[in-house]
Design a protein around this ligand. Structure first.
Ligand SMILES: [Zn+2]
Length: 172
């Protein structure tokens, strides 16, 4: 069988070293509370960006920070050939698509760096999205405010009905 590589040859595989990092929440800056300006009033609500279910707002967010890395990959054998794609096995037992292996460490590191940059960009988008969640808090505040004013109107009406009755009774 003709292979585009030789058994025993060493290539480089792009890898990413992940680290779970904790950052202050971009929406509440760690305070767990977001202050919304409603009319001329300042209203504080629990931060929805870092609210985790029953635990409520934590003031922090977690994300993966990736560091570019490359590992040597010495071909020990062929794992499979499918649709012209070679999957190879290394001396350490790892498998890889042959197209994902590079001749030099520098090439593999460059590919890894691109992947890490993509992850960082996705983290940034997610942080922006969380920051924008204050818009949702504004909606929450206006919703509750509307419910309160509706109920207040009802209380006023019901109270006036009782008082009207009282007045009638007294005049009888
Ligand atoms: Zn928050």
């Amino acid at each position: 069988m003709d292979t585009p590589f030789e058994i025993g040859q060493t290539y480089w595989a792009p890898r990413q070293h992940p680290e779970l990092i904790t950052l202050p929440c971009p929406a509440c800056k760690g305070s767990c509370v977001v202050t919304i300006i409603y009319g001329d009033e300042h209203v504080s609500v629990d931060c929805e960006a870092c609210g985790l279910g029953y635990q409520g707002s934590q003031g922090i967010i977690k994300e993966y920070d990736l560091t570019p890395n490359a590992e040597p990959f010495t071909i020990d054998g062929v794992d499979s050939l499918y649709n012209g794609k070679w999957t190879v096995r290394s001396t350490t037992g790892a498998t890889s698509d042959f197209n994902d292996l590079y001749k030099t460490e520098a090439e593999a590191l460059a590919v890894s760096a691109v992947k890490c940059a993509e992850q960082e960009e996705s983290n940034m988008r997610s942080r922006m999205h969380k920051k924008n969640s204050t818009k949702r808090s504004t909606w929450t505040v206006s919703y509750h405010k509307k419910c309160i004013s509706d109920l207040e109107r009802q209380i006023t009406w019901h109270t006036s009905r009782i008082n009207a009755g009282k007045v009638k009774k007294e005049t009888v």
